[in-house]
Ligand binder design. Sequence first.
Ligand SMILES: *Cc1c(COP(=O)(O)O)cnc(C)c1O
Length: 392
Amino acid sequence: MSITSFHPPVRTLMGPGPSDVNPRILEAMSRPTVGHLDPVFVGMMDEMKELLRYAFNTANELTMPVSAPGSAGMEMCFVNLVEPGDKVIVCQNGVFGGRMKENVERCGGTPVMVEDDWGVAVSPEKVEAALKANPDAKVLAFVHAETSTGAISDAKTLSALAHEHDCLVIADTVTSLAGSPLMVDDWQLDAVYSGTQKCLSCVPGLSPVTFSQRAIDSVTSRKSKVQSWFLDLNLILGYWGGGGKRAYHHTAPINTLYALHESLVILQEEGIENSWARHQKNHEALRAGFEAMGLDFVVPEDQRLPQLNAVSIPDGVDEAAVRAALLNEYNLEIGAGLGAMAGKIWRVGLMGYASNQTNVLFCLGALDALLSGMSAPINSGVAVEAARTAYQ
Ligand SMILES: *Cc1c(COP(=O)(O)O)cnc(C)c1O
């Protein structure tokens, strides 16, 4: 065989995730591997829990990273909180709400769907009506930041409605964590999962989660065993729980955890509010550029995620060819539309480390050049200047 080491190109990642990884994080990953029960490592785990509480704005004791990507955090929330026969109100306004429904069904629960159009926030009025019509519902589940469309929902209001009707709240914060205000305790979110490769700028492969006391009480009073051995909170608590007695459950992804630790240290250095503000500022500059160019945003202005900008594709443009040219000529990745939005939109991410002025100007310049070169119906040569003005 003549296979040699793999050396990927250096890309700029401005899609829906993974986002550019801060070089400090890659360096942290290359530090020496220690045993997962080594006292030095256990000390790092305790710091990690504290740093995650800071990022989530919570005092929840049970705050930790699941050793698998965001989808596993999702699954952990559902398999622990949903027992066969439980009714769960699931909000869907994009791809990820559909995965929640799938999770409920696989747990033997009954999903009650609250559907909104792709590209808008979840409607609190519809959620309230569903809660009233289903007084036996146990959980309300929604996606805070829908990465498939770029819409943010009012997590605080949705959660308040759920608690008025005695429901627990499962919230997907994979794309919102560190990019948009997220207050787990103030908003009383009970089971919350996120990811590392979006606004935390970390490598993919871990899912930070946090559980309220209400959620833990619900898990410990289950009638049936959690059907997933790997994701059973009762077992994982023996490793990540307090008390300093760490029992072997599975081998933690040691070096990936170094990466997350470093990413959270960077977040703490910047300050979580400053991180939110940076995402907003770069979004506004990108928006100025897109609007000058004549590209329309999919999501109404007051429901837009700063870290995920979904814009419609100009008439007659082969959107896949543009993305391929960005990748091949500029080493720049942007996202395609997903599901119902496939072929209709581009998704430009400004997540974490990638949310910076250089990337905004680079992306606008590259798109302007490519679209102008194919005589697409845009205003040529004005996008970069509009963004530069927005920064001044
Ligand atoms: C990316 C994403 C996920 C899934 O995370 P993975 O790390 O890809 O498993 C779930 N929900 C939302 C909203 C996401 O953006």
